[in-house]
Design a protein around this ligand. Structure first.
Ligand SMILES: Cc1cc2nc3c(=O)[nH]c(=O)nc-3n(C[C@H](O)[C@H](O)[C@H](O)COP(=O)(O)OP(=O)(O)OC[C@H]3O[C@@H](n4cnc5c(N)ncnc54)[C@H](O)[C@@H]3O)c2cc1C
Length: 480
């Protein structure tokens, strides 16, 4: 079963997992009206490998490196820049082909790749073998996984050991011959209710007195003591929206409580080696920010497209100041793409594992996050206030008033009034809706806050070298 069918995937989620939303326990995440949007989005990862188009199938399915058996490409460990490039293309195509976000295996394998790179650096054979065996388990069962990294964190000004109680960060509370017992809570975990497995990684560097917090492991979502508390994502489309060809997609985030959960030893990848928590968190962040850049490119391409489309339906595409604004939108998108390509071309290696350039990856993510709201503002400006005040599709369909709308809401003769309304609806969805506000926050915080990127840029940059050049030019000896 190296590649599962969408139905096998859906069936695997009916496993007695503990999931809550709107104050209720959810019996079946595949049929619940909101959660099923997430599981159907995730099911895309099992639909695309079934494609009859060999170009699509070969992107999502790769040969097992030893047996040649078909496996999900997510379960190939990147060894070369080409591997990273293929992964980027796969993530981008998953969005272009299904209209959804990437599905979850991306974040989970960002964790797993970081675990493997860290095990390589530690030189601890036991962890390398466990990570490798876990990878084989994922390959053989084609499991959907999510990455549980962000802890609830409590008082942000205090480190884990200084908090008022010990449980603001996931930590080891006990161990026995079968495994370790963990307690704590992770939050904002994308796609958790649609995943088979949770992969846990520390969110930050831990110090010697915080060794219990230096823990990484994998467990099935349906493990005793694991509870998912979900915030609803996008619901069913409203009949008031003008229809679109885009399928209704979205993933649901969850807070995950670990209530004294037993993790078997063979699924433990870091246990109290606090010295390696930084490397693990840092390497995860690089992989994950690169994944972010990958999935954001197709999202902003379509945003740039809507900027031009809405200018056209309003008859404004040739106006000077609108063209200036369109040039800013397109430069934003193309800069992101160029940085993504540059990150692939300057990788770093841990043993034979290839990681995209940490410096350029963080620059790309910061570029995306820092300028996103400006681009939203530019599109709102080009589109006009109608993206918040337009009559609904229900009014459009009412014969008493339809003709008024048809008559008065036309603009450029290149488009019918209904075409204009559909483009305005899409613009509304992208820059003036509850979903677009969610995306603005996602842009700022998901994959780490902008300060985290600034910190990594400074660590990775040749700034000191540049200072020395300036000192030498000033006739001053460089200092350490
Ligand atoms: C939609 C979405 C999806 C996500 N998906 C996932 C996922 O799948 N898996 C996962 O593990 N995480 C996920 N995240 C979490 C994401 O990585 C975090 O939101 C991010 O790291 C910021 O953490 P926080 O939200 O706790 O904010 P906070 O840490 O509370 O940060 C708020 C602000 O305070 C600043 N700050 C925080 N601590 C300090 C300090 N000690 N000193 C100075 N300044 C500080 C930050 O820089 C920021 O400006 C997701 C987040 C979102 C919004």
């Amino acid at each position: 079963m190296a590649i599962r069918t969408p139905d096998q995937y859906r069936e695997s989620l009916r496993d007695g997992r503990s999931v809550y939303m709107f104050g209720e326990k959810i019996e079946d995440v595949t049929t619940h009206p909101i959660l099923k949007i997430g599981t159907e989005t995730a099911a895309g990862d099992f639909i695309l490998p079934e494609s009859k188009d060999p170009a699509i199938r070969d992107l999502f399915v790769a040969p097992h490196p030893e047996t040649g058996e078909p496996i999900s490409r997510y379960f190939t460990t990147p060894k070369t820049p080409q591997d990273i490039d293929m992964r980027m293309q796969m993530i981008q195509q998953s969005i272009r082909l299904t209209g959804g976000l990437p599905f979850g295996k991306d974040i989970g394998t960002d964790c797993l790749n970081a675990i493997m790179a860290t095990a390589e650096q530690m030189g601890k054979l036991e962890y390398k073998e466990r990570a490798r065996a876990y990878l084989e388990h994922l390959r053989a069962n084609d499991l959907m996984l999510c990455g549980a990294v962000t802890d609830v964190k409590g008082d942000r000004s205090k480190v884990p050991a200084a908090q008022v109680h010990p449980d603001y960060y996931v930590h080891v509370v006990d161990e026995n011959k079968d495994g370790i017992i963990v307690k704590g809570a992770k939050i904002h975990i994308t796609g958790a209710p649609a995943a088979n497995e949770l992969l846990v990684v520390p969110t930050r560097q831990m110090r010697e007195n915080e060794a219990d917090y230096a823990v990484s492991f994998a467990i099935p979502v349906a493990t005793k003591g694991v509870h998912l508390i979900c915030r609803p994502g996008r619901g069913e489309r409203s009949p008031a929206e003008f229809p679109s060809n885009r399928p209704n997609r979205g993933l649901v985030e969850a807070m995950i409580v670990f209530d004294n959960v037993l993790v078997p030893w063979d699924r433990v990848f870091l246990c109290r080696e606090w010295q390696y928590s930084m490397l693990l968190a840092y390497t995860f962040a690089t992989y994950h920010r690169f994944t972010a850049v990958s999935y954001k490119i197709p999202l902003v391409e379509i945003m740039a497209g809507i900027a031009l489309a809405v200018a056209e339906v309003n008859g404004l595409e040739k106006v000077g100041h609108i063209r200036g604004k369109l040039s800013e939108v397109v430069a934003y998108v193309e800069t992101l793409k160029a940085l993504g390509t540059a990150a692939i071309k300057s990788p770093v290696y841990y043993g034979e594992i290839c990681v995209p350039s940490p410096l350029i990856t963080n620059m790309a993510k910061l570029h995306f996050a820092k300028n996103y709201h400006e681009i939203m503002k530019t599109i709102q400006d080009i589109a006009g206030g109608i993206i918040t005040t337009m009559p609904t599709y229900l009014d459009w369909q009412n014969p008493d008033i339809h003709d008024y709308l048809e008559h008065y809401l036309g603009a450029s003769p290149k488009y019918t009034t209904e075409e204009r309304m559909r483009i305005l609806q899409m613009t509304h969805n992208m820059v003036a809706s509850a979903d677009s506000a969610h995306m603005e926050v996602t842009t700022v915080h998901a994959e780490g806050s902008m300060e985290a990127q600034r910190m990594m840029i400074l660590i990775e940059s040749p700034l000191k070298q540049y200072r020395d050049l300036a000192l030498m030019a000033s006739g001053v000896q460089p200092k350490d």
